[in-house]
Design a protein around this ligand. Structure first.
Ligand code: HPA
Length: 283
């Protein structure tokens, strides 16, 4: 069953890491590093690096720019479990499979999740490289049908259809905005629209997305944060704008521009993660 698959994965990670890594009552942050945002992974200290492919029950990350490693260690003075690379619906995985690593993190004792992604800027005010603190989302992963009605009720994902509402923790959003101010870059709050992908949008679709109140659009994050929130884990989710979706002009994205923005954005993400962890320890 799903729950024993979960136990096997959790046991595997525990045994892979040095004794005492998962002491109870320790503050611990789960981090999901999205497309092009993997540089933080190299700064994790005392790192134990576990390939997803080695962990029982983990689906393999196949999207380019995703390393497919679970990294356990410390960052910013706190314990972290980071996913360098994530799973996507467009790779053929279900919401349950996409969120399975989060279920593992929950069992390993995270009390906070920071999820990041690269997203298209739908709000006309957004520019490439801008950082959006996600305050709400629109789930186009088939809404309630996206988690199977037959899901194992012993897993968190299995309980998703009954729960709706507040996923994003306002206090963490405020800390992220404060980190941006302190480090001299702008961040705004916004609504993330999740699509199944893998196709990007037509201009008509971008126009529709603006109309219904989306600020950014991407193909990830929603299954992961739903599972974390349902487990009582505090959630911060961040989008880096990798391209601007202008429905009135066919803009050909300049690849080197986007990569540069990614590099600058990775530094922004590091500032925010450091501050969030630091704030947790100075309470
Ligand atoms: N649309 C959907 N997903 C994305 C985009 C986009 O424009 N940019 C990055 N991920």
């Amino acid at each position: 069953s799903t729950s024993s698959a979960l136990d096997r994965a959790v046991d595997f990670v525990r045994q892979y890491c040095p004794d005492g890594t998962f002491g109870v009552d320790r503050d611990r942050t789960g981090i999901v590093l999205g497309s092009g945002l993997g540089t933080l992974a190299d700064k994790i200290e005392s790192a134990t690096v576990i390939p997803f492919a080695d962990i029982p029950g983990f689906a393999r990350s196949t999207a380019s720019g995703h390393r497919g490693q679970l990294i356990v260690g410390s960052f910013g003075g706190g314990d972290v479990i980071a996913m360098a690379g994530r799973l996507h619906r467009y790779e053929g995985w279900s919401n349950e499979q996409v969120a399975f690593p989060i279920e593992v993190m929950v069992k390993l004792g995270i009390n906070r999740l920071i999820a990041s992604n690269a997203a298209g800027g739908v709000n006309p005010k957004l520019r490439v490289g801008d950082l959006v603190v996600i305050s709400d989302h629109i789930d186009w992963l088939h809404r309630r049908g996206s988690f199977s009605a037959k899901a194992d009720s012993k897993t968190i994902a299995g309980s998703i259809p009954q729960r709706a509402g507040n996923v994003y923790t306002p206090e963490l959003a405020q800390t992220a905005l404060a980190a941006a101010r302190a480090n001299g870059f702008t961040a705004v709050q916004g609504t993330y629209l999740a699509t199944l992908g893998p196709t990007y949008e037509t201009r008509a679709e971008y126009r529709l997305m603006r109309t219904i109140g989306a600020d950014v659009v991407g193909m990830s994050t929603v299954p992961e944060v739903q599972v974390a929130a349902n487990a009582g884990v505090a959630v911060l989710a961040l989008s880096i704008v990798s391209n601007v979706a202008d429905p009135d002009r066919a803009i050909v994205a300049d690849h080197s521009e986007v990569l540069q923005a990614g590099d600058a954005a990775a530094v922004k993400l590091e500032h925010i993660v450091r501050r969030v962890i630091h704030a947790a320890y100075s309470k």
